[in-house]
Design a protein around this ligand. Structure first.
Ligand code: ZN
Ligand code: ZN
Length: 294
């Protein structure tokens, strides 16, 4: 019996949609008005955008009527604790210092909760790791945050992600601009397999893990079938398969790779596709069950 691979990705019946889920406007500390932020993302060719002002759910209904972008209501809960992105919420979530209360309130509204830039700040611990382990009910974490490229700490947090996944947590990895200035726009995005129209359909895909995160590499095919994993990223120069605690289990110096899952990798594998310079795309994890475990 083949090793079982649990994949969130679909083979057909979806549309790839690209978008950034973390952008500030002049409603909080961004320099551009909401109209100009939307115009900048339209120009970039994205299909969805979340406006996530600090402790403010910027109203989007009037703006939505003037753009083809799918706009998602959001709020970056910022005061009194580490930043937490709430998506698809019907009202701004109060910045309770207990971030579990914030997550629960977002989820109760049918929203998503995402832990922002875990490795920001000089101690690389905007989120102390024990806090990330203690909190439950969040959809994922930012594994890349654009604005932190220009701030102390690391924009990347795949290390935190691997630690959570290795501890058995099922959380997704997001890549966002966290745009405050025009030069932050277009640094990072998410590409989702969306099966309907509107913000709810985008959020359903994100919640299910049917997306990949990117800083410039496109993935056009992800297929997991019969113990094999196939990934094609047209402009990738190398593709890495990593497992628990970030361990490299396979490297293809190519734009496509086919990997036979042995079952000895651990509880999950995930794929990183490296392109030119620092560009990368990250798939969500694929969970592995060995026949003996079944
Ligand atoms: Zn933040
Ligand atoms: Zn932010």
């Amino acid at each position: 019996m083949a090793v079982k691979i649990e994949s969130a990705y679909l083979d057909s019946g979806f549309e790839w949609m690209r978008g950034n889920l973390h952008a500030h406007t002049s409603v909080s500390d961004g320099v551009l008005s909401p109209e100009n932020v939307i115009a900048a993302y339209e120009k970039l060719g994205h299909q969805f955008l979340a406006i996530s002002d600090h402790d403010n759910r910027t109203p989007l209904d009037a703006l939505q009527r003037k753009t083809a972008l799918t706009l998602i209501h959001a709020n970056e809960v910022s005061a009194k604790g580490p930043h937490l992105l709430t998506l698809n919420v019907s009202s701004a979530v109060e910045p309770n210092p207990d971030r579990q209360v914030v997550i629960d309130a977002a989820v109760a509204q049918g929203g998503l909760a995402i832990l922002n830039h875990p490795n920001w700040e000089p101690n690389y611990a905007h989120y102390p790791h024990e806090l990330m382990e203690r909190l439950t009910g969040y959809t994922g974490i930012e594994i890349f945050n654009g604005v932190v490229e220009f701030l102390p700490g690391s924009p990347l947090a795949t290390d935190r992600w691997d630690r959570l996944l290795s501890a058995g947590r099922r959380v997704w990895g997001f890549a966002n601009d966290d745009a405050h200035f025009p030069h932050n726009i277009g640094l990072a995005w998410n590409v989702a397999q969306v099966t309907g129209k509107g913000p709810q359909a985008v959020c359903d895909a994100l919640k299910a893990g049917r997306f990949y995160a990117s800083t410039g590499v496109e993935i056009s095919r992800i297929v997991a079938r019969s113990g094999m994993l196939f990934v094609y990223a047209p402009r990738a120069q190398c593709i890495r398969v990593v497992s628990e605690y970030g361990r490299l289990v396979y490297l293809a110096e190519d734009s496509e790779m086919e990997y036979e899952v042995t079952g000895d990798e651990g509880a999950y594998i995930r794929v990183e596709c490296y392109g030119r310079g620092t560009r990368c795309a990250w798939t969500q994890p694929f969970f592995i069950t060995k026949p003996a475990d079944a």
